[in-house]
Design a protein around this ligand. Structure first.
Ligand code: AMP
Length: 400
């Protein structure tokens, strides 16, 4: 059986999923088989994988001598995958790549030229792009015959109009690539493809999707296309996140530099690792822990998060010129009934009203029958989106 391997590679973890290709079956022709990850690279390396029926396929820990870096992590994962006989016949590999650059408006079959162009995007996403590209390079060297497809988190937003795509800075910087790219695009694209299936009445309308996870952003969809998003040049803008502040006055950064003498590296560490829910609460970046805590600082961090989701809803509703539906997704959006209830309470002025039972049960539709705007919970699935793109790009190439 041919398979598509999906890889999502970060700085200290490598996530992978295997999909069987069944061209004659179902809308997408893909059936998920296995999900795994190597994490703790550099501290406590561990390779785990589960089959889609929930059974454990492997769970091994390693010493840091055995698995010192991401390159060895990749080798261990690849060797293990090869040892599981049913997954050997790779049709193609799809990669999550955070940045596709100004021209990256769709997934691309990896060629040396495409890889070089993606490497030129490293300054636009220095913390993620190098880790996303590393396994592509390793596989290209080891298996040059194997088609690889790069799927960008920015691609779904590349159709934004110029007003949504610009900062108010000199145009020369825009030409150099300083633009409001937007991220979490694979998640929003998946939701946009799901809506016609699960809620055809609103799928073509003006929809705000709140991707609330440890990274968090919101997207305005119209007729299934992204119109605007809260994230912009990097994953720092917009909503507060687990450890990132979200929207912040650039004057604060100037203050840290000239008032406190912080250098670029210290500021980068601060913005990516010490702010957001963690910085505000001083307790945790994890919404579950904050919701369970009776510390007032935890309650304040949660209040702030909810407030900013509501503020951003106003902004995106203005971008859309109206609102037909609101969708929650990702770790917090899918799992926290209380955050959903509190966001909805703040949006009561829009005519939003939840059905508490439907919300507690996490039904697809959690709004009350008399809510002016339907509210939904739609679980996201970025890996499935990558697998679909990979299959489509490689099949089109083979048929060309
Ligand atoms: P993600 O990045 O999409 O995996 O989401 C991770 C975030 O979802 C973390 O902040 C978790 O604390 C949060 N999360 C997961 N389950 C729950 C839950 N039941 N209640 C509140 N937050 C949750």
């Amino acid at each position: 059986m041919e398979t598509v391997l999906v890889i999502n590679s970060g700085s200290s973890s490598l996530k992978f999923q295997v999909f069987e290709v069944h061209p004659q079956q179902g809308a997408t022709g893909l059936k998920r088989q296995l999900k795994g990850q190597v994490d703790g690279v550099g501290s406590r390396p561990r390779l785990r994988a589960v089959n889609w029926d929930g059974s454990v396929a492997t769970d091994r820990t390693f010493s840091t001598d055995e698995m010192p870096d991401m390159a060895t992590a990749m080798t261990f994962a690849a060797d293990w995958l090869r040892s599981t006989q049913q997954h050997v016949d790779l049709f193609a590999v799809g990669h999550r790549v955070v940045h596709g650059g100004p021209a990256g408006d769709q997934p691309r079959l990896v060629t040396p030229e495409v890889l070089a162009a993606l490497e030129r995007c490293i300054p636009l996403a220095p913390l993620h792009q190098p880790h996303n590209l590393a396994p592509i390079r390793v596989l290209a060297a080891r298996r040059p015959d194997l088609p690889q497809v790069a799927c960008f988190d920015t691609a779904f937003h590349r159709g934004h109009g110029p007003l949504a795509d610009h900062f108010a800075i000199p145009l020369a910087l825009y030409e150099e690539g300083v633009r409001r790219y937007g991220f979490h695009g694979l998640s929003y694209e998946y939701i946009a493809t799901r809506l016609p299936e699960v809620a055809p009445d609103i799928a073509r309308g003006k929809v705000i999707v709140a991707h609330l996870g440890s990274g968090a952003s919101m997207c305005a969809l119209e007729n299934g296309r992204s119109i605007d998003s809260t994230m912009s040049f990097t994953g720092l803008d917009g909503l507060p996140m687990g450890t990132r502040p979200g929207q912040i006055d650039p004057g604060v950064i100037l203050h840290l530099m000239s008032g406190k003498g912080w250098d670029a590296a210290a500021i980068e560490r601060f913005l990516y690792h010490d702010c957001g829910l963690k910085g505000l609460s001083g307790i945790s970046n994890d919404m579950r822990e904050l919701e369970a805590s009776d510390d007032p600082r935890a309650a304040f961090a949660v209040d702030y998060f909810v407030y900013r989701v509501a503020l951003s809803t106003g902004m995106l509703a203005a971008a859309l010129g109206g609102l037909d539906a609101f969708v929650f997704t990702a770790g917090i959006g899918e799992n926290s009934a209380s955050i959903r209830a509190r966001v909805a309470e703040r949006l009561a002025w829009l005519g939003i009203k939840l059905d508490p039972t439907a919300n507690a049960r996490r039904n697809l539709r959690i709004s009350a029958p008399d809510s002016r705007i339907p509210v939904l919970v739609v679980p996201t699935d970025e890996e499935s989106m990558i697998a679909r793109h990979t299959l489509a790009v490689v099949t089109a190439k083979k048929n060309a």
